[in-house]
Ligand binder design. Sequence first.
Ligand code: CTP
Length: 402
Amino acid sequence: MTMGTTVALGVSSSISVYKACEVLRGFQKNGLEVRVLMTLNASRMIAPLLFSALARSKAIVDPIQEESGGSIAHIELAREISLFCVAPATANVIAKFAKGVADDFLSTFYLAVDSPVLIAPAMNEAMFLHPRTQANIRALKAAGVEFVEPEKGYLACREEGWGRLAAPERIVEEGLRLVRRSRSLAGKRVLVTAGPTREYLDPVRFLSNRSSGKMGYALAAEALSRGAEVTLVSGPTALLPPFRAKLVPVETGGEMGAEVAARAPEADVIIMAAAVSDFRFPETAGRKLKKNEFDGRIALVPTPDILEGLGRSRRKEAVLVGFAAETDRLEENALRKLREKNLDIVVANDVKTEGIGFDADENQVVIIDRNGRAVRTERLSKREIGRLILDEVEGVFGRKNR
Ligand code: CTP
């Protein structure tokens, strides 16, 4: 790890709070600087002085009550760190993060951070398995937060069960992996397309599809979290672009094609997640057509396939990724698209099953490379699917640019 890399270690009030000292030392042994942030309750269980001494910097409990010297402590530290690790994390801390409650330093800090976030829960089994806690964990995972699952064992409440803080070595190992990954695409340009396109018949009527843009936006967020410079060429969606993405809004397939073509020569990775309309109207009327002007038939003409064009003109070192939206023969159709469009990776997307694929928060895909190697994912949030896709992209990029 490079010198000067800093980890913020959040400590909340679990009986396992003493194990946070070992997590702290584990990070230090790997060359990381550690700053400790404690909740008020944690500071009642264990003196902040212990953490201050180990970390060789003052543990932060509630700086609002202290002299701050005019600086905005949570924002300043949030920009400095390469990882925010909370170990142990109570059910309360997890719930506050999931809902965006910011009523103390730790929870305020979470909102300010844009580094990777790793949470190691510790609590009684009933609390951990409670549907509310599990829903909060799922919500945080969908937002890109990662977890070190607790272990089964003897708990402080004298019950056996799930909820015991994971071993400090596991937490440190995961943390180091996230720090490395936060730079794995540093200096790389990633171009992502997302959302539907609109082909206008007249100023008020258009042809489009059910794409929400969520998969493409999740891919952009994941690439950003790995240090890439990300351009997001997006059709109309209801989504907020991820922090630090360069958004290029478009409407028609023609506009999307032009924006992609202008940026493709510079891109190291291109991911076509957009659902581009395959057809358009021969022309767009300049005024609203009257209903008595229709004879019940509408002519359509095909649109150019943007991805196919990229496949023909591509740089060999760049990684080209396409999606295949299918309702049947998923892998066979996807592999055919990979070959026909000269892709490195195709993501086969089942758009028939309710709850995944189009216009859903979750997805389940098969990621296939040129050698026909297939990664079949579970049903996960789109952010987690994006992570698995980018892992494959990095693998291919590494092999091409060895
Ligand atoms: N695509 C594109 N330009 C188009 C149509 C599709 O760039 N005009 C891209 C999509 O972004 C996606 C991939 O091609 O990455 C596959 O799109 P899909 O709709 O699954 O397949 P099509 O090639 O359009 O084939 P079909 O509709 O016959 O399944």
